[in-house]
Design a protein around this ligand. Structure first.
Ligand SMILES: O=C[C@H](O)COP(=O)(O)O
Length: 321
C-alpha cells in the first residue's frame, strides 16, 4: 500500500481531540462478557468457521532458538495447514487453503522468503521489527531493522509502539515515530502492535489505536505474545470501536490482529464472532483480520479431524503447527 492517503488527512487538531477521549471501562467489560456468552456455531458451520480462521492465521515463530530448519517447517505448514485427506473429506481440497502469512524475527526473514520462493508460494512473510518485543532501542536502530526486513523479503512488518511515549501521553511524538516506520516500510503492509497489556487503561488503548491508524497503519495488533497480558476480548472491543470510528471519520478500513496466547479452536471461534459483531462481515477476511498465533493451528486441525472422523487425533498424529 505504501504511504497511505488516510495518513495524510491526520493533523495536530486530531491529536488534540484524542487527548480528550475517555473510555467507559464497565461498558467495555459488560460487552466483552456478553460476547463470550454468545452461542458459537456447531457441526459443519463450525468446521467452515475454523477453516476461515486458518486462512486468517499469521503462523508465527518468535523464539530465541529459531533456526533455518524450523522456519522451513513453519513455511511448509503454512502452505498446507490442514491435511489434504481432511480437506478432501470436506470437499475443500481444491480451494488452496493456506494460512494468511508466516511471521518471524527479522533475522529469519531471508530463510522464510527463500523457502517460500523455492516452493513457488506467494504467501507473505511478516517480520516483527522496531526492537520487538519491548521497543526499547534507539529510533535509528528500529528504523534500520524495518529496512533490513523489507530488503530480505518481508512484505508485512509488525512494528511495536514506544510504550514510554504512550504512558507519558506524548501522542504527537508517537505519531511521528509510527509515521517514520510507515515511510521505511515502503510498499510493505504495516501492522502496529500496541502491547495493550502494558498500556494501563482502556483509554490509552483507544488513544494508541487512533494514533497508530492516523499515522498510516494497515492493521492494529493487540500484543507481542511476550507481555504478561496479551489479547483479551475486552481490549479487542476497545480497538474494534476505534477501527469502526476511524472508518466513519475517514472511510478507510484498518485491519485488526489479536495476537498472544490464542491457543484453542474454541477461543478462535469467539474471536471470529467478536469481529462479526463489532466490525461486520467485511472484516472477516485475511485482508482485514489476522490471528497472530504460534500454537493455535494444532487444536484447529484436531477439531477438524474430529468433525471429519468423529474421533480426536493424538497430537503426534498431526504434523507440527
Ligand atoms: O505475534 C504473534 C505472537 O507473538 C504469537 O503469540 P503466541 O506465541 O502466544 O501465540
Amino acid at each position: 500500500m505504501g504511504v497511505t492517503s488516510h495518513m495524510k488527512q491526520s493533523c495536530i487538531s486530531d491529536l488534540e481531540y484524542i487527548s480528550k477521549i475517555k473510555v467507559n471501562t464497565q461498558t467495555v467489560l459488560k460487552r466483552a462478557q456478553h460476547i463470550q456468552g454468545q452461542k458459537i456455531p456447531t457441526k459443519q458451520w463450525q468446521a467452515a468457521w475454523l477453516l476461515k480462521a486458518v486462512t486468517c492465521i499469521d503462523l508465527t515463530t518468535l523464539a530465541g532458538d529459531d533456526t533455518p530448519s524450523n522456519i522451513q517447517r513453519l513455511c511448509l505448514k503454512a502452505i498446507q495447514p490442514v491435511e489434504y485427506k481432511l480437506l478432501k473429506k470436506m470437499d475443500m481440497h481444491d480451494k488452496e487453503v493456506t494460512t494468511a502469512a508466516v511471521c518471524v524475527y527479522p533475522s529469519r526473514v531471508a530463510d522464510a522468503a527463500k523457502l517460500l520462493e523455492a516452493a513457488k508460494s506467494t504467501l507473505p512473510v511478516a517480520s516483527v521489527a522496531t526492537g520487538f518485543p519491548a521497543g526499547q532501542t534507539p529510533l535509528e536502530t528500529r528504523l534500520q531493522e524495518v529496512r533490513m526486513a523489507v530488503a530480505d523479503g518481508a512484505t508485512e512488518i509488525d512494528i511495536v509502539i514506544n510504550r514510554t511515549l504512550a504512558l507519558t501521553g506524548q501522542w504527537e511524538a508517537m505519531f511521528d515515530e509510527i509515521r517514520q516506520f510507515r515511510m521505511v516500510c515502503g510498499n510493505a503492509h504495516m501492522k502496529t502492535i500496541l502491547a495493550v497489556g502494558e498500556l494501563g487503561t482502556f483509554t490509552n488503548v483507544y488513544k494508541a489505536s487512533m494514533v497508530a491508524m492516523m499515522a498510516g497503519s494497515d492493521f492494529i495488533k493487540t500484543s507481542t505474545g511476550k507481555e504478561a497480558i496479551n489479547a483479551t476480548y475486552s481490549v479487542a472491543i476497545v480497538m474494534a470501536r476505534a477501527i469502526r470510528n476511524y472508518y466513519l471519520f475517514t472511510g478507510y478500513k484498518v485491519g485488526f490482529k489479536p495476537a498472544g496466547g490464542i491457543r484453542t479452536a474454541q477461543e478462535c471461534l469467539v474471536w471470529l464472532n467478536l469481529i462479526k459483531e463489532e466490525l461486520g462481515n467485511d472484516w472477516l477476511c485475511p485482508h482485514l483480520f489476522r490471528l497472530g498465533a504460534s500454537s493455535l493451528l494444532t487444536d484447529i486441525e484436531r477439531q477438524l479431524y474430529h468433525h471429519v472422523t468423529g474421533q480426536y487425533a493424538a497430537y503426534d498424529e498431526l504434523p507440527m503447527a
